[in-house]
Each structure stands twice: as structure tokens, then as C-alpha cells.
Write a protein that binds this ligand. Structure first.
Ligand code: GLP
Length: 243
């Protein structure tokens, strides 16, 4: 779906989230959301904060974030845990124990267990109802860099050099960007019942066209979303300009 502005795209996605959360709240049931970081979903989170201020309760919402830099504690200013607190969680009535972000400090020999615990927690919560995604210029979703297969699960990965270069500004220099991250796998993401991928601006136009139009392959992990029965790419006109 191509929107004249990112704000309009975010209104559409916020409406879908609002409808589901309201319905589940009325039935006394939880809603499970998969959340993303990066600059792209910030407007969506602002809109969700407004909806909360207007009366939408997040007390029954359970969230799982896609990824976290490996080696960063949740207090680190560039950690994704910190990002989520600042951009969303601290401004809505979600219960802290219902927010999950992969543990960037899991010891090397405990990462595997920590990742399978993360997947188990998602399953116990009932699975992801809605997954929000951004996209990296390498075609990554979460931190599933080129080479990530459709069956991949939550795991420790090595970041692509382009991804580290793109993150250099936030970390005040590429040498400060972590080399590894923990990410949900492509397979984990594909298990979500509904997926919205968001992208704005010319810089994402090439990778959006490849994700939508090229045959699904590990060289553009986002292309595996083509096989999902309920996935919408919500883009602005600039991000759609190479389609
Ligand atoms: C990081 C995140 C991705 C995000 C991407 C794009 O790599 N792990 O989840 O989609 O950045 O970031 P931005 O939205 O700032 O363009």
C-alpha cells in the first residue's frame, strides 16, 4: 500500500492495532505484538501513545522486540531496550513484565538457551498477532542479514558492514557499533499472524522494489515475506518510487 505520507501509513497501522487491542481487551484476552526499532516506526509509536492518551489500554498487551545489539545492556543509550522505553513503553500503560527484548548480555555459552527461551515465551504468550517491521538497506528484517534463510529462528548473528555503517552516526563512529546482535529469525517473523513492514524515503526505494519484485532469496531476506498470507508493505511515495 502506497501512502502520500508516512503519517497516513502509520494511521492505517495504528488503526489495525487499535481494533485488535480493543477487541481483545473487551474479551479480557491479551494481544501479542512484535515490535521493531530504528527511525521508521517512531511515528507509529507516537500515534499509539496518542491512542493510549485517548483511552486505549495496553495493560493486556504483551510485546516481543525483534532484536538487540549483542554486548549492550538495557541501560546503554543505543540499546534497543532503551529505545523502546524512550519511544513507547515509558509513555503507555503497558506492564513492564509484559515487554520483552532479547538479552544483549547473555553469556556466549548461554546465548543459544536465551534465544530458545525467547521463542518459548512467544509461544506461551500465544504467538505474535501482529509483527511490525522496518527494513535495512541490505534487505534485512530484524537483523536477518543476507544469507538468512526462511527457517531461521532467534539467534546470534554477525552484522553486515553496510548495516554497521548505517548505525555509525548513532554510535558516534563505526568502530563503536557492535559487531553482533541477537535477532528473531525470518522463520520466527513468518510465524506472526499478520505483518506490517514500514518504509519511508528514497533511500529504501531500491530494497523495497527488490523485496517485492525479485524472487524470494536469502540475498534479500525481506523477500521471504512474499510467501506470508497476511503481510502488507506500507510505504510512502518515495519508498515506492522504484516499484
Ligand atoms: C536496524 C534494525 C532494523 C531496522 C533498520 C532500519 O538495522 N535492526 O529492525 O529496520 O535498522 O532502520 P531505520 O528505520 O532507522 O531506517
Amino acid at each position: 500500500q502506497i501512502y502520500p505520507s508516512a503519517d497516513q501509513a502509520c494511521t492505517y497501522v495504528a488503526d489495525a492495532i487499535t481494533d485488535l487491542v480493543s477487541e481483545r481487551n473487551a474479551a479480557g484476552q491479551p494481544t501479542v505484538l512484535g515490535l521493531a526499532t530504528g527511525s521508521t516506526p517512531v511515528r507509529l509509536y507516537r500515534e499509539l501513545i496518542r491512542r493510549c492518551q485517548a483511552g486505549l489500554s495496553f495493560q493486556r498487551v504483551i510485546t516481543f522486540n525483534l532484536d538487540e545489539y549483542y554486548g549492550l545492556s538495557g541501560d546503554h543509550p543505543e540499546s534497543y531496550r532503551r529505545f523502546m522505553q524512550d519511544q513507547l513503553f515509558d509513555h503507555i500503560d503497558i506492564l513492564p513484565e509484559n515487554t520483552h527484548v532479547p538479552d544483549g548480555l547473555a553469556a556466549k555459552d548461554e546465548v543459544f538457551e536465551s534465544c530458545s527461551d525467547y521463542e518459548a515465551a512467544m509461544r506461551e504468550a500465544g504467538g505474535l498477532d501482529i509483527q511490525i517491521l522496518g527494513i535495512g538497506r541490505t534487505g534485512h528484517i530484524g537483523f536477518n542479514e543476507p544469507g538468512s534463510g526462511p527457517e531461521s529462528r532467534t539467534r546470534l548473528v554477525t552484522l553486515d558492514s553496510l548495516t554497521r555503517r548505517d548505525a555509525a552516526r548513532d554510535f558516534l563512529g563505526e568502530e563503536n557499533v557492535p559487531r553482533h546482535a541477537i535477532t528473531m529469525g525470518v522463520g520466527t517473523i513468518l510465524d506472526a499472524r499478520q505483518i506490517f513492514l514500514l518504509a519511508w524515503g528514497e533511500a529504501k526505494a531500491r530494497v523495497i522494489a527488490e523485496s517485492v519484485e525479485a524472487p524470494p532469496s536469502e540475498s534479500i531476506p525481506a523477500s521471504f515475506l512474499q510467501g506470508h498470507p497476511n503481510c502488507v508493505f506500507c510505504v510512502d511515495e518515495a519508498a515506492a518510487s522504484h516499484l
